[in-house]
Design a protein around this ligand. Sequence first.
Ligand SMILES: NC(=O)c1ccc[n+]([C@@H]2O[C@H](COP(=O)([O-])OP(=O)(O)OC[C@H]3O[C@@H](n4cnc5c(N)ncnc54)[C@H](OP(=O)(O)O)[C@@H]3O)[C@@H](O)[C@H]2O)c1
Length: 294
Amino acid sequence: MKMTLSSTILRFLTIVILFASTSQSFQDCEKVEGKGIIITGASKGIGREIAKQLSKCNVNLMAVGRNVENLESLQEFMTSNNEKGTFTTLSIDVAKEGNPKKLVQKALTQFNKIDHVFFSHALLGNYSHFTGLEEDFDLIRQMMEVNFYSVTRLIAEITKYSKGYIPNFIIFSSQLVAEPHPTTFAYCVSKSALIAFAKTLQFKLYQKQISVKIVDVPGTDTHGLYTSHKIFYHNYNNKERSSKLGKDFDEFFELKVKPHLADVKDVAEDIILSALGNEEHVDLVEKHKRHSEL
Ligand SMILES: NC(=O)c1ccc[n+]([C@@H]2O[C@H](COP(=O)([O-])OP(=O)(O)OC[C@H]3O[C@@H](n4cnc5c(N)ncnc54)[C@H](OP(=O)(O)O)[C@@H]3O)[C@@H](O)[C@H]2O)c1
């Protein structure tokens, strides 16, 4: 009897755990069945998680990034998790001249039609103050190339080939567009330009039935952001604060930063749902707001 009860409890717990672990990812595969999907910034972070969640559906997916090792491990994951769709990865620097065209041509040889493009790639803030020196302008240029111009070039390239159907562009915004901060000046400038561009496209492309969606992404527990926070604290106030707390620096960050950030799986799922919904501008920041203050 004891055994039966414990095995029943165990089975119940397994079901609960299985349900809990699958409920954090995109389930509504019918909505993307057979679609041609490009995800930039898919080698890590939110883009990689979006690729993983969509790869469970019958889609034609191209995952883009630069880091070959990360892309190979993603390819392995995608191949072992889905037999129906087609998956490729492309290692390319999207900010380099000529590469947006290459990327689009490669995608069109894999699938006839590009239905959704998730622009997840970005250089994140490096948390240095603007001082007006030449290096600051170099950083702005670099960020503009990656975060702004590469997206505009990719959109221009894709719309050349999208006659007679409706591609859906998903643009990733940040809280820092509404609340720019001097320590992330170059990131703020590039993302603000991107969002202004996306908003003008929403006017212009609406008549052509090309859809542009802007998603306000919350602070998310991706390696990139977590590392940036660490650099920031390390540069500005870490030593005193962390030693006051009597904690090791890493432990300090586990305790103070991680609870503040949203879960990457939840955010990826919400971005996919936003992409498939009707709203032009979706704010995920409020939804994922954490109450703990740093
Ligand atoms: N994480 C957050 O808290 C947060 C908050 C607000 C908004 N967002 C936005 O959400 C998006 C994803 O953020 P994330 O945290 O997932 O970023 P992440 O972990 O730093 O990943 C960035 C991705 O962009 C790719 N990338 C960067 N430069 C590239 C280039 N020149 N060519 C090709 N790929 C390039 C990287 O690939 P390689 O390293 O392989 O090149 C990587 O896959 C970004 O647009 C970001 O601005 C994030």
